[in-house]
Design a protein around this ligand. Sequence first.
Ligand SMILES: [Zn+2]
Length: 281
Amino acid sequence: MMLKRALAAALGWIALAGMQAPSFSTTVPPLMEMWRLDCGNFTFTDHNAFFSDTSEYQAGPKDLVGSCYVIRHGTDYMLWDTGIPAGVVQQPIQTPAIRATLRATIVDQLARINVRPEQVTIVGISHYHFDHTGQAASFPHARLLMGAGDIAALRGNDPGVERAPLAHWLTGGGQVVEARGDHDVYGDGKVVMLNLPGHTPGHRALLVRLASGPVLLSGDMYHFTEQVQRRGVPPFNTSRAETLASMDRFDRLGRNLRATVIIQHEPADVARLPAFPQSAR
Ligand SMILES: [Zn+2]
């Protein structure tokens, strides 16, 4: 009652004074925003031998990038892929097949847009390869979201699957969400993990519906543009047949949604998104 009377008095006073009631419509940030993070640089000694089991490419070296993404959905932050290990900043990786370098950690890049690690509530990972899981441990508060097939492989005993970067979750230290089929992360269709197996058993790509249009983040569905036409299947993929079927689905979906398709390792594609710290909206 008191409140009602006070409100009436205030409105009366505003009317008497000939003033307009104050407007509270300050600029509301958009629901969705996405930043592309630098998650590594790679030089492959022979990309034909590395990336095709049918010798689809010219023999020789190729430079690729690693990219990760931070997606803001309302007040929530989700990471998509976590790049190569943070230690690579100090110590590049050098093998006969690959050289890998990293300019800055994800945590350092997030600091530039005032996002603290504990604000990241979901770490979504396309698949279990080391250049996608490397910095997950910097976000121990987050739920780990991966395809069920990859979680099963991580919990199995194949010596070729690297478990250390995700040990925190695999040993019960953090919550694991296993995606089965496509997985609508927020339940509103804005961020959907797409079931595209073959590179690994539970491999996923990510559909992000921004106000400016849908974006498809490839995971490792493809590694570079030439692969889309040539249908090169890397010899280390877990299923050749699933890879080809997933390529078909990914291409059709990208076309039919008129999505901006980003092959995460392709330097020309990541350059199509705003340069960090600018965001896509
Ligand atoms: Zn991979």
